[in-house]
Design a protein around this ligand. Structure first.
Ligand code: B16
Ligand code: MG
Length: 213
């Protein structure tokens, strides 16, 4: 087998919560009178909550204190959590689930490497609460992608070296984080045009051909 471990980004790879991020940020932006659209939302992919807020505030006319920014980020997260509450096992596609099972049966260790502080909650909602061998997420890191910290921690949690793992990502910042950490990377979704990725996946099922040989 080419890789002993696979580290998956969550949002945009295992499931799709970007539509909820968009709705929650839009509600907050409207509330404070800031222009926000789907193009700006695409820039938030893989980016931490506070860094996302800074991107949104590029269009804000005025100054905010750190405490005010913290309050806004918390409000957005409350809107987002309300939307996440509607998620269920139906938000996990068959192709993702079947691929995870095939990789595990082939002997791969499977981990999550996500910027989200809500990763545990989302995994539980989609029925994968206890599935992964390790979860590294926004709660255990102090540097966000493209810093490799979240993936390095994930590899450490499954006792593998970066060179033994493949990172699967939908954000360019995530592909860069993987490369910065010494991981091979596979791009899916929004990241497929990222030339730095080692593999480009049309579907997550392509992983079976890459990993199981
Ligand atoms: P939270 P990922 C990322 O998840 C999202 O892509 C990004 O849009 C979000 O800002 C970030 O998590 C933080 O999320 O507010 O839930 O902590 O793609 O790294 O799984
Ligand atoms: Mg993502």
């Amino acid at each position: 087998m080419l890789y002993k471990g696979i580290i998956f980004d969550l949002d945009g790879v295992i499931c799709h919560t970007d539509k909820y991020h968009y709705k929650a940020w839009k509600k907050l932006a409207d509330q404070i009178g800031v222009y926000f659209d789907r193009t700006i939302n695409n820039r938030l992919r893989g980016v931490s909550r506070m860094e996302s807020l800074e991107i949104i505030l590029e269009n804000y006319d005025g100054e905010l204190t750190d405490d005010e920014k913290k309050t806004l980020a918390e409000q957005k997260n409350n809107y987002y959590r309300e939307l996440l509450n509607n998620m269920s096992r139906a938000d996990l596609s068959d192709e993702v689930y079947d691929t995870l099972i095939a990789l595990r049966q082939a002997g791969c260790k499977l981990a999550i490497g996500s910027s989200s502080k809500n990763a545990g909650f989302i995994l539980k909602k989609i029925g994968l609460g206890e599935f992964f061998d390790a979860v590294s997420d926004g709660n255990n890191i102090s540097h966000s992608k493209p810093d490799p910290e979240v993936f390095l921690k994930a590899a450490e949690y499954i006792n593998l070296a970066p060179a033994e793992c493949l990172v699967v990502e939908d954000a360019e910042s995530g592909i860069e984080a993987a490369i910065n950490g010494g991981f091979d990377s596979a791009a899916i979704g929004d990241a497929v045009n990222c030339v730095k990725a080692m593999y480009t996946l049309r579907s997550i099922e392509d992983l079976k051909e890459i990993v199981i040989i």
